[in-house]
Design a protein around this ligand. Sequence first.
Ligand SMILES: Nc1nc(O)c(N)c(N[C@@H]2O[C@H](COP(=O)(O)O)[C@@H](O)[C@H]2O)n1
Length: 149
Amino acid sequence: MTIYFYVEREKPYGCFSNFSAHGFMLDDLYWATSEHYFQAQKFIGTPYLEKVRQTKTPKDAANMGRDRTLPLRPDWKQVKDDVMRKAVLQKFKAHADIRDILLATGDAMLVENSPVDYYWGCGKDGSGKNKLGQILMAVRETLRGNVEM
Ligand SMILES: Nc1nc(O)c(N)c(N[C@@H]2O[C@H](COP(=O)(O)O)[C@@H](O)[C@H]2O)n1
C-alpha cells in the first residue's frame, strides 16, 4: 500500500508535510514547523537562522530559505538529509497524536506527492527520489525502537 501526502490541509496525512503546524523544541529553540527548522539550518552561524525561525508561516520560511541572495552554508548538500531527519524525528517525538498516525501506517510506502519537488517528493511523473517519504519511513522504524537514526 502507498500513502501519498502533500499539503497540510489534506487529512489525515497532511501532518506528514513539513508545513504542518506541529512545533517543537530543538537545539534549545522553539520551531513552529519542521520547515522552519530545516530552512533555518541553511544559514547556521548567521543572523538569518533567527530571521527564518521567526517567519510567520512555513511558506515564508521556505521562501527565505530558498532565497539564493542569502549566504547558504557551504556544506548544505552534505548535511541537508541529516537536518531533515533530525527535524522530522523531533516533530513526531513531540506530538503523540501525529506519532500515532505515523505508526498506524504500518509498513505502507509513504510518498510526498509534490508535482514540483523531485528530491524530497516524487515529482510530477513519480520519478523523484521521495527523500521526505524515506525519512518518514525511517522515523517510523526509529519510533518503534527498531532502528537508530
Ligand atoms: N509545499 C511545498 N511546495 C514546494 O514547492 C516544495 N518544493 C515542497 N517540498 C518541500 O520543500 C522543502 C524543501 O525545500 P528546499 O529543499 O529548500 O527546496 C521540504 O519540506 C519538502 O518537503 N513543498
